[in-house]
Design a protein around this ligand. Structure first.
Ligand SMILES: CSCCC(=O)C(=O)COP(=O)(O)O
Ligand SMILES: [Zn+2]
Length: 214
């Protein structure tokens, strides 16, 4: 679908939702030092053809300006003429959309997500056992066990993508980059936010439980 054929209303809705969630996450201290990025997909989807709005790279995400977001296509290239640069991590968003067909992706760096990514790096996944908030991922088993995948963090972002492809688990709406941060996604902004909040709760729980056990 060409970008021009996507309705103005859909584009404005995505930008309004990004503005709102960006401001909320900033108020929680989730964008320290310009870290983090957010995106919402617009229009129809096929793995070969889609568009999404994403945060511009390197901005202070606690501020709201007319230059906070731009639209890109499935290759990460701007969908329209702009001087703005998309997030340096846009290719990770492209890959997650391609693999899952989801509607929104939120990425944050927090102390707890960085700590657990290193604590469990050797097993390449973060184990969570029987915590009620696993239900936020629509996993309703009693005493559910989940493993949240951790992938390598390379400075060269395209090198991260194949590992994301390989490790992405359709049951778990998130993937962790080692000593970097979590990517969480959902069918829409509401669901991606619920998933991200659940991940952050679980990371803090897992970290504190590990300390208590020692
Ligand atoms: C300053 S944090 C390093 C880059 C990063 O990991 C991040 O999430 C923000 O990069 P962006 O290009 O999206 O601003
Ligand atoms: Zn990042």
């Amino acid at each position: 679908m060409s970008f021009a054929h996507i309705s103005l209303e859909a584009k404005q809705k995505a930008l309004a939702e990004l503005t709102e969630v960006k401001s909320l996450f900033a108020s929680r201290g989730w964008f320290q030092g310009t870290s983090g990025n957010l995106s919402i997909r617009v229009g129809d989807f096929t793995p070969e053809d889609f568009h999404f709005a994403i945060t511009a790279s390197g901005k202070d995400k606690s501020l709201s300006t007319p230059e906070d977001f731009l639209f890109v296509d499935q290759t990460g290239q701007p969908s329209e003429l702009t001087k703005l640069k998309p997030s340096a991590e846009t290719l990770i968003h492209c890959e997650i959309y391609k693999q899952t067909g989801c509607g929104a992706i939120f990425h944050v760096h927090t102390v707890f997500n960085n700590l657990v990514s290193e604590l469990f790096w050797e097993r390449k996944s973060i184990p969570v056992d029987g915590v009620e908030l696993i239900k936020a991922f629509n996993i309703w088993d009693e005493e559910a066990h989940i493993d949240i995948p951790i992938v390598s963090n390379f400075a060269h972002i395209p090198s991260i993508v194949p590992e994301v492809t390989e490790r992405l688990d359709k049951r778990i709406p998130g993937i962790m980059l080692r000593k970097h941060g979590i990517y969480a996604w959902g069918a829409n902004a509401f669901e991606a936010k619920r998933h991200l909040e659940a991940f952050e709760f679980l990371f803090e729980y897992v970290y504190r439980w590990e300390l208590l056990k020692r």
